[in-house]
Design a protein around this ligand. Structure first.
Ligand code: TXA
Ligand code: MG
Length: 339
């Protein structure tokens, strides 16, 4: 028997008529079993999911997103034990984090298994695995006898989607169904941690704070390497320009000064908690009036999308405190600012 979940908050966009009579999760499972794509909600961002064991299905993810083939995918399932059934094992320190934070916004890079196609790992001998924390997707994963390969459900290099409407806006004409699980509660991608060296290394800052990882493990972890041979020490998909709206974005140490510098331009603002005078309030996105970094992270991507759609020429973004999820927010703003 499946766990009973209250779906009253969900809507299911099925863009073909053949599945309309089925339960929404049964329909999504059916599409995935047949090699189709389904956009799935997670606590971080929406994913564009396919059967990770079906190379053709995985290839269609790359095509749909226009994603470069060198950029490997994260695979998702609902428990550590299921990954072990497929030959993927977490080392001790990873297990410690998993027991504390999974399901949750952390991805583990570990040695891969023969069962995982090169199409998923982009030929690397490691694989990225994650147990997302969303009731609909956890139930869906429990109905499948394969993991789901799922990158964020946006065209490559654009801002990740944090609602079903965002997915529909950009990929709605390319995919059969979007499972609508409401707004993402974390709102920024998972923290990726590699366990391929003796000391765990963060490859991408994300929805689980470095401080929480370190206090659980009782050690200082390594961080993404920015100089030298970076190929092994950052996630291959962490391109310099990423998460980017189609607007010029400037990170400001001193917002008032930048406002003066850009007088006469149509300006949009991303601020932590402060309102700025003389700027249209509709073009100011205050991410957390009470200065809570988790709340700010939750609102960041939808603010970037809104500013992209508004009549704004330059986006001025405050620099956030470099702690907790502020580190991930600053990382995304920096990549969005690259020309
Ligand atoms: O929160 C998330 O992680 C979301 C949701 C949908 O789960 N997924 C996500 O996927 O952000 P994507 O494809 O947008 O980003 C995955 C990142 C890429 O930068 C990729 O290079 C990295 O994970 N990655 C995948 N496999 C890897 C591996 N074996 N070694 C290092 N990095 C890897
Ligand atoms: Mg992505």
């Amino acid at each position: 028997m499946r766990m009973k979940i209250n779906y009253s908050f969900t809507r299911f966009h099925i863009l073909t008529s053949s599945h309309w009579y089925m339960n929404q999760l049964d329909a999504a499972a059916e599409i995935l079993k047949q090699g189709g794509l389904v956009a799935i909600p997670t606590e971080t961002v929406y994913g564009l999911a396919a059967n990770a064991f079906n190379e053709e299905a995985v290839l269609s993810i790359y095509k749909t997103k226009n994603r470069p083939h060198f950029n490997p995918l994260i695979i998702h399932s609902n428990s550590v034990e299921r990954f072990a059934e497929w030959g993927i094992y977490l080392p001790e320190l990873a297990l410690k984090l998993a027991s504390e934070f999974c399901p949750g916004p952390i991805t583990f890079v570990v040695p891969s298994s023969k069962k995982i196609p090169d199409m998923v790992t982009a030929g690397h001998d490691s694989v990225a695995i994650r147990i997302p924390n969303h009731p609909l997707t956890l139930e869906l994963l429990g109905m499948l006898d394969f993991p789901l390969a799922a990158p964020s459900a946006n065209p490559s290099a654009f801002v990740s989607p944090t609602s079903a409407a965002h997915v529909k806006q950009q990929l709605g004409d390319k995919i059969k169904c979007i499972l609508d699980g409401g707004e993402c509660q974390v709102g920024i991608e998972s923290t990726i941690v590699s366990f391929l060296e003796n000391t765990p290394r963060i490859l991408r800052y994300g929805g689980l704070a470095k401080e929480q990882i370190e206090s659980t493990l009782g050690i200082i972890v390594n961080v993404p390497q920015v100089k030298g041979d970076i190929s092994k020490f950052i996630a291959p998909g962490m391109m310099e320009r990423h998460y980017a709206p189609n607007k010029n974005l400037i990170i400001c140490d001193d917002m008032e000064k930048e406002l003066l510098n850009h007088q006469g331009h149509s300006i949009g603002i991303i601020s932590f908690s402060k309102k700025y005078g003389n700027i249209d309030l509709k073009k100011q996105f205050i991410l957390s009036p009470l200065r809570n970094l988790d709340e700010a992270a939750r609102h960041l991507f939808s603010a970037l999308r809104s500013l992209n759609d508004l009549d704004v020429h330059i986006i001025l973004a405050e620099k956030f405190p470099n702690e907790g999820l502020g580190i991930a927010i600053n990382d995304r703003l920096k990549r969005a600012s690259v020309q």
